[in-house]
Design a protein around this ligand. Structure first.
Ligand code: GAR
Length: 217
């Protein structure tokens, strides 16, 4: 099996990156993380990537001002240098231009801390609390031009508790993220995903058992 060459793009802590790196250590995992790229030189995830023996690159967006195309050209050059086949956005907090998104169409995925299509954008946990939803979670999806709008590959859910805060939700959703992101990348890298009419189909999966009902009844 030839493993797909993956770059993880980060802006900060990099815990999802670390989950992907951890999963990819397994011999049977169909992808290898060969590059971690950050738009922020101070991103904490860079140090953990280096400690894991993975090549890192920094393309500092502040050096490019409003020239988003040039920023992305510099990222693209790094991706080509490392012969990257798939891109995982993992807490990468820059919006991408339509031309960069099109170039990576079907080969770039993102993790979002909400049950899409609800709560696109920022401050998802605060907004979920304010909306009073009983169920919240995380989604992995293909990146398309519309922010947080692409076909959904995997989702995980939890029941919101009365005493939850944005911070407590963030913690528990993050644990879900660390499970679904490596699983979604494996599905993509092993060629099991197809997009039909804007919807993601997955070859060879079973239906999830049971229901999650909140409150339990
Ligand atoms: C994660 O919760 C991720 O879902 C979120 O940022 C966090 C990054 O944490 N991403 C977004 O909000 C994207 N709009 P990490 O650096 O520890 O993986």
């Amino acid at each position: 099996m030839t493993k797909k060459r993956v770059a993880v793009l980060i802006s900060g802590r990099g815990s999802n990156m670390a989950a992907l790196i951890g999963a990819a250590k397994e011999e049977a995992y169909p992808a290898q993380i060969v590059l971690v790229l950050s738009n922020r030189p101070a991103a904490a995830g860079l140090a953990s990537a280096r400690a894991a023996g993975i090549a890192t690159a920094v393309v500092d967006h502040t050096a490019y001002g409003k020239a988003r195309e040039r920023f992305e050209q510099a990222m693209q050059a790094e991706l080509e240098t490392h012969r990257i086949e798939l891109v995982c956005l993992a807490g990468f907090m820059r919006l991408l231009t339509p031309s960069f998104v099109r170039r990576w169409q079907g080969r770039m995925i993102n993790i979002h801390p909400a049950l899409l299509p609800a709560f696109k954008g920022l401050h998802t946990h605060q907004r979920a609390l304010a909306a009073g939803v009983r169920i919240h979670g995380a989604s992995v999806h293909f990146v398309v031009e519309e922010t947080d709008g692409g076909p959904i590959i995997a989702q995980g859910v939890l029941a919101v508790r009365d005493d939850d805060t944005a911070a407590s939700l963030a913690d528990r959703v993050l644990a879900i993220e660390h499970k679904i992101y490596p699983a979604a990348l494996a599905l993509l890298a092993s060629g099991r995903l197809t997009i039909v009419d804007g919807r993601c189909r997955i070859a060879g999966t079973q239906d999830a058992p049971g229901h999650l009902i909140a409150p339990p009844i």
